[in-house]
Design a protein around this ligand. Structure first.
Ligand SMILES: [Zn+2]
Length: 79
C-alpha cells in the first residue's frame, strides 16, 4: 500500500468517526430542501410548508437513522 492510499483511508476513517460523533451529539440537522426555514418557496401563490420536514426546518440525520435501525434490528434479534 502506498502512503497516499493509507493517508486517504485514514482521512475517510476520521471523517466517518467525526460524522458518527456529530450524529450522537446532535441527531437533528437542517432540512436541505428549505435550508432550515420550514417554508418552501412556491412559484405560484402563497408559500407552503416544506413537504420534507413538514415546516419544522429540521430533519433527522441519515447517520442517526441508520444507527437507530441497527439498534432496533439488534434488539429484535436478542429477544
Ligand atoms: Zn424542509
Amino acid at each position: 500500500m502506498t502512503p497516499i492510499v493509507l493517508l486517504a483511508s485514514l482521512a475517510a476513517l476520521i471523517y466517518a468517526a467525526s460524522y458518527a460523533i456529530r450524529c450522537a451529539i446532535s441527531p437533528w440537522g437542517r432540512c436541505r430542501r428549505c435550508h432550515g426555514t420550514g417554508n418552501r418557496p412556491a412559484l405560484i401563490g402563497r408559500r407552503r410548508d416544506c413537504p420534507r420536514c413538514n415546516g419544522t426546518g429540521i430533519r433527522v440525520r441519515i447517520g442517526r437513522r441508520i444507527a437507530e435501525h441497527i439498534r432496533t434490528e439488534y434488539r429484535a434479534g436478542h429477544q
